[in-house]
Each structure stands twice: as structure tokens, then as C-alpha cells.
Design a protein around this ligand. Structure first.
Ligand code: DC
Length: 245
């Protein structure tokens, strides 16, 4: 008998089991960067669920739809073919994941502040969440994944073997987000980024459907206390122990 994620199983069972790492946390806590690096180290698929809510917002904005109009947005999302994959060697331009909508590469278009704000409005619609949560569960069904978002530990993958809440101080997170936007050539002040970050946190934590929260099983990591590489090391180490590596 072997131990896999704390359970006794045969080697065949170990092979057939999938290992899921679920990460939740507020805006700019480093979830994306950490998840990408952990996925590369463990050979897991990285799934950025925030990108899916961003796509929903982008579709609405492009179609000139009011982002409060849930039923039109659900139809737009249902009609679109959304594909997410690891960046190919030609796409290695700093992106963490490649996102295609009807074969069009929107990986960068979804990263603006406007789309981010829109995503947090769209993410409050229960029917949008229902459609996207189902997609996320289908992706994770038969493979090892590290999936990050706001409701992964308690809604999308409640059976995940490793559940993490990655957080960080508000100022540090806003500085990180500000730098990211400046690097991408977006002209935005720190004060603007800071205010928008607080607004998004509030919206994500206070919405009625599956708000961002810490659950008792979460391993809470404050990224302000560590370098990104140290957080990656912590998670990879713990996952390996749990998988019996
Ligand atoms: O992580 P992000 O900034 O790309 O997410 C964009 C928005 O989508 C964010 O405001 C919260 C929302 N979101 C969510 O409600 N549930 C998820 N699982 C992921 C993101």
C-alpha cells in the first residue's frame, strides 16, 4: 500500500488518481504567477478561472451589452468557443496562459483594468457562474490541475487535496498590480489602481453567490512575507509530500 494525499492505495490506484491544487485569494496576491510556476514544476495543467470571467466581460463590452444584463451575457458566453491552454513556444511573451475566443487570441486584451472591473461585475451573476463553474469542473475531471480563482476551494473543487488561500497586504498588492500595468504600457496612477483594487476586493468578498472567503481547511499563505519563489517552493514541497513523491 502507498500513501496518496493521506489515503492508503495500491500503485494502480495512485496512477489513476488525479491531484488537484485549489488556490483562492484577492486581486494581485500573486496567484497567477505562483500557479504557473508550480504547474511547470509538477507538470500540472494551470487553470486561470479569472480569465474566464474576464472573457465574459470582454464579450459584453465588445457587443455593447450592459454588464448588469445577465441573460444576454449568459447567451454570449454560451455561444462563444472559449479555449484555454499553456502558451506555445511562439507565445512566450510574458503571458501566463493563452486564451482564445472563437480562435481569436485575447490573452492580452482581457488584462486591462477596464475588463478586470467588468469581470468583477459579471462574476456576481449566478447564471454566469453556473456556466463557468461547470466548464472548470470538466477541465479538472481527469487530470492533475492547479486552479486559481475566488471560489475554487469551496465551490469548484471542494474535493481538492491541497487548498490554499493566498493573500497579501493591500499596498503591496496594489504596487504589484500598478507595476504590471505600467510594464504593459497602460497609463494609470497608483491611487487609481489602489482604489480599484479595494473596490474589486469588496465586490468579490460581498457578492451573494460564492463570495471569496477563507475556509477552515485552507492553508493561508501571506505573499507579503515571502518571495514568489519561496511560495512556489512551499507549495511544490507540500504537494510532493502529499502525493508520496
Ligand atoms: O483573478 P482575476 O483578477 O483575473 O479575476 C477577474 C474577476 O473575476 C475578479 O474580480 C473576480 C472574478 N472571479 C471570480 O469571481 N471567481 C473566480 N473563480 C475567478 C475570478
Amino acid at each position: 500500500m502507498l500513501l496518496f494525499a493521506g489515503l492508503e492505495c495500491t500503485s494502480e490506484e495512485v496512477m489513476s488518481r488525479t491531484f488537484h491544487i485549489a488556490i483562492d485569494g484577492p486581486v494581485a496576491a500573486g496567484k497567477g504567477t505562483v500557479s504557473r510556476l508550480v504547474a511547470d514544476r509538477l507538470g500540472f495543467l494551470y487553470v486561470d478561472t479569472g480569465a474566464m470571467y474576464r472573457v465574459a466581460a470582454l464579450l459584453g463590452i465588445k457587443a455593447g451589452v450592459d454588464l448588469q444584463d445577465e441573460s444576454t451575457l449568459v447567451k454570449l458566453v454560451g455561444d462563444a468557443n472559449i479555449e484555454m491552454r499553456n502558451p506555445t513556444s511562439q507565445e512566450k511573451d510574458g503571458r501566463l496562459t493563452t486564451v482564445l475566443v472563437d480562435d481569436e487570441d485575447v490573452s492580452w486584451e482581457i488584462r486591462t483594468e477596464k475588463v478586470g472591473q467588468g469581470a468583477s461585475i459579471v462574476a456576481a451573476h449566478p447564471k454566469i457562474r453556473q456556466v463557468l463553474v461547470k466548464k472548470q469542473q470538466q477541465i479538472a475531471a481527469n487530470q492533475n490541475v492547479i486552479m486559481e480563482g475566488r471560489d475554487i476551494t469551496h465551490k469548484v473543487l471542494p474535493q481538492a487535496q491541497l487548498k490554499i488561500y493566498l493573500t497579501g497586504g493591500e499596498t503591496i498588492r496594489a504596487k504589484r498590480r500598478h507595476l504590471q500595468l505600467l510594464t504593459k504600457g497602460q497609463d494609470v496612477s497608483f491611487e487609481e489602481v489602489f482604489t480599484q483594487l479595494l473596490e474589486r476586493d469588496q465586490r468579490d468578498m460581498n457578492r451573494k453567490t460564492d463570495p471569496l472567503k477563507i475556509i477552515p481547511e485552507d492553508w493561508v499563505i501571506d505573499s507579503s512575507d515571502f518571495l514568489i519563489e519561496q511560495v512556489v517552493e512551499l507549495i511544490v514541497g507540500k504537494a510532493r509530500v502529499m502525493m508520496g513523491d
